[in-house]
Design a protein around this ligand. Structure first.
Ligand code: HMG
Ligand code: MG
Length: 301
């Protein structure tokens, strides 16, 4: 039994922001590599408008071609009914729905009001559950919004409660801009725990200001058991200007391993997948662990 569940978002959140999308065959290879690391959750695609997020335009081909390993889930992001139809047509096991406690962010990200985003989410959740799929909720900008600044933790908690009521088995709390610090994080996370209970929550930190590990540690102290990460630190949100990738999977694994917390994920295999992913863009992984291991290798040779 693992202590912490790592929820890998590299192939979706990680790749959605790349100016030149990763080649579809390489994306499929990356997801297959991730499936072989011990990860149990590999978010793999987004059935959203290709005009809005061109890098996810190949989601159908990706979902049709990846090898779906037994015991691993391959969630996909959907923001409207058309997205859900796509998810159903590829027999996705899990759909993710999203909203944010900021009118401006909802408008920029999904072209609708908060109310409309919740209405869309509720409709998706209802049909997805009827179709036998699991539904995961995302709340973005849980600490700070690039357009509306500081976010009230109570608003975030209320959104979690609404998503739980819709049938989400879990709500992932996104610090989309990667600007939160531990004290604010604790306040936000505690308020969500009060609303829906810790077992229904995951945390999703982008690492723009290098605060993600500290924030994760703050949430571990409060009992979080599910952490969203991205291989090599790939990523960003196209509608959160300046946001960097999610915290790197290997950096989180290194911290958890050092704390004696089991994840069942092989850090060496993640580093190999990380190098493979960044190689497609002619870059090196952003993760500190990868860089430290590289420096060690260079010193030896
Ligand atoms: P819309 O513009 O309101 O919808 O989009 P529309 O009905 O007016 O359609 C506009 C065009 O998009 C039409 O094409 C539709 O057919 C097409 P046209 O007629 O102009 O040729 N369209 C679609 N095509 C394919 N699949 C679809 C689809 N829907 C419409 N599902 C929509 C609404 C939500 C779809 C749009 O705003 C959109 O795609 N937004 C992008 C959302 C997104 O993926 N954002 C990034 C992910 S969220 C994130 O990263 C945060 C997270 O990681 C957590 C965190 O960090 O905080 C989860
Ligand atoms: Mg994100």
């Amino acid at each position: 039994m693992n202590d912490i569940l790592i929820y890998e978002v590299g192939a979706r959140d990680g790749l959605q922001n790349e100016a030149v999308p990763m080649d579809t065959q390489q994306k499929i290879k990356l997801i297959n590599m991730l499936s072989d690391t011990g990860l149990k959750k590999v978010e793999s695609a987004a059935f959203v408008s290709p005009k809005w997020v061109p890098a996810m335009a190949d989601s159908r081909e990706v979902m049709d071609s990846i090898f779906r390993k037994k015991g691993v889930n391959y969630p996909v992001l959907t923001m409207n009914m058309r997205g859900l139809e796509g998810a159903i047509s590829v027999e996705a096991d899990t759909v993710c729905i999203g909203t944010a406690p900021s009118e401006m962010f909802c408008k920029k990200n999904t072209n609708c009001t908060i109310e409309k985003s919740l209405e869309r989410a509720e409709n998706i959740a209802k049909i997805a559950i009827e179709a036998g799929m699991k539904v995961r909720g995302y709340v973005s900008c849980v600490i700070y919004c690039p357009y509306e600044k500081d976010i009230d933790p109570i608003l975030v908690a209320k959104m979690c409660a609404k998503l739980k009521k819709m049938g989400c088995y879990e709500v992932s709390l996104g610090d989309t801009l990667g600007i939160g610090t531990p004290t604010k994080t604790k306040k936000m996370f505690s308020s969500c725990v009060d609303a829906v209970g810790v077992d229904n929550l995951a945390v999703h930190f982008h690492d723009t200001y290098g605060q993600a590990l500290a924030n994760i540690l703050a949430c571990l102290d409060l009992g979080v058991k599910v952490i969203d990460t991205s291989v090599g630190g790939l990523g960003g949100c196209p509608y959160a200007p300046g946001a960097r990738g999610n915290v790197a999977t290997e950096d989180v694994l290194f911290m958890l391993n050092g704390m004696g917390l089991e994840t069942g994920v092989d850090i060496d295999k993640i580093c190999i997948a990380s190098e493979f992913a960044f190689k497609q863009f002619g870059r090196k992984p952003l993760s500190r662990v990868f860089q430290a291991l590289e420096a060690k290798k260079e010193k030896k040779s």
